[in-house]
Design a protein around this ligand. Structure first.
Ligand SMILES: NC(=O)c1ccc[n+]([C@@H]2O[C@H](COP(=O)([O-])OP(=O)(O)OC[C@H]3O[C@@H](n4cnc5c(N)ncnc54)[C@H](OP(=O)(O)O)[C@@H]3O)[C@@H](O)[C@H]2O)c1
Length: 336
């Protein structure tokens, strides 16, 4: 496996072609093992992964503290290569309740100050609001991050789950490196309007949910019970008939994977990689085993015949169920 790099837009840094998303290490998909999480981050850095993605609300600081420990205990040369992408703005209480998103300039700066402390760094490489705050013009949120860039606390500005109009307004305010958005074989919404807008403006994509929360990884089976705090317990795509239907898509994909001698997850990640040099998939591995499998996708080449077979097996809009439960869908500017 040779880790290639991609550019995070025309103004952002060079990053590894795959980034590591650390959210699952802080409870979003049930319990995670702390020592294995840290070993996974170290293994990713050793394999040439330079982009680590987190959010201050992932475990309410837990994820940032975990990353901080992983960086502290990594060899200095690897630590220096790591680029941190941090989301802020989600308001949550101690019981996990949601209170919406705060993109006000005061929240931008306060959140950044806490994140710098928790991460143990003097700057954040890419800083982004997790969602659009409907009560704060995006110009004010981005303007406040731009002030942090001027002062050296942040290097680049990113966005997350916003639509074309918001992207244009943000880009007119300050240089934007990337948009983080769900993009996968079974989540093709960004292709309509968002991707063309990003390409026009020279903004990259960090794609999350490339395995649709593990659904199209080839490791999910029907009948598995998820704890109430596990995202998948509430995801429409993991419920009842929807799950049955979606797993038939996975079996179609498995046939193609077997013919190529790779795994289903590798085909799904390689497909996202094949969508353009401006797209950097974030893989949500939380064990070294899953990470190793995901990294193998970098060396999977899909030719025109492979891509046609994949499209036929999993046509756009083939998934049953929305990618989020209704209350969370309503928070997505990207779906308006
Ligand atoms: N901006 C946003 O709104 C937003 C939203 C969600 C996530 N994100 C970011 O994107 C990152 C990735 O998102 P995601 O967790 O939804 O991605 P994902 O890659 O679609 O799903 C990750 C899940 O897939 C399973 N999986 C099975 N095989 C795997 C393999 N070979 N490699 C990796 N995972 C495998 C893992 O579950 P098991 O460990 O149980 O096998 C893991 O929990 C997150 O960590 C977070 O940093 C951003």
């Amino acid at each position: 496996m040779t880790m290639r790099t991609r550019s995070l837009g025309t103004t952002g840094p060079q990053v590894s072609a795959l980034g590591l998303g650390c959210m699952g290490m802080s409870g979003m998909y049930g319990e995670a093992d702390r020592a294995e999480s840290i070993a996974t981050i170290h293994a990713a850095l050793e394999a040439g992964v330079t982009l680590l993605d987190t959010g201050d609300f992932y475990g309410m600081g837990h994820n940032e503290l975990l990353i901080s420990e992983a960086l502290r205990t990594a060899p200095a040369a690897l630590r220096e290569n790591a680029l941190l992408s941090v989301k802020f703005g989600a308001q949550r209480g101690p019981d996990g309740e949601w209170y919406g998103f705060d993109g006000s300039p005061a929240a931008v700066k306060t959140s950044a100050a806490y994140s710098l402390q928790r991460l143990g760094v003097d700057h954040i490489d890419v800083y982004r609001p997790a969602r659009l705050d409907p009560d704060v013009p995006i110009e004010e949120t981005v303007g406040a991050i731009a002030e942090l860039v001027e002062k050296g606390y942040v290097r680049h500005i990113g966005l997350s789950e916003v639509g074309a109009d918001t992207i244009r307004r943000a880009a007119a305010t300050a240089p934007i490196a990337d948009l983080q958005i769900e993009y996968a074989l079974i989540s093709r919404g960004p292709e309509q309007e968002i991707l063309p807008t990003l390409r026009e403006l020279g903004i990259a994509v960090t794609a999350y949910g490339v395995l649709s929360r593990g659904l199209i990884s080839g490791h999910v089976t029907a009948g598995k019970e998820y704890a109430a705090t596990d995202f998948r317990a509430h995801s429409p795509r993991f419920q009842g008939d929807n799950l049955q239907h979606n797993l038939t898509l996975v079996e179609s994909l498995r046939k193609i994977a077997e013919q190529k001698g790779v795994s289903v997850a590798q085909i799904a990640i390689a497909w996202v990689l094949s969508r353009g040099e401006d797209i950097v998939p974030l893989v949500g591995a939380r064990t070294r085993e899953r990470l190793g499998e995901a990294l193998g996708a970098v060396d999977v080449t899909l030719d025109a015949a492979d891509l046609a077979a994949i499209e036929a097996a999993v046509p756009a809009d083939a998934a049953a169920g929305e990618r989020y439960a209704p209350a969370q869908m309503a928070m997505l500017d990207s779906e308006r």
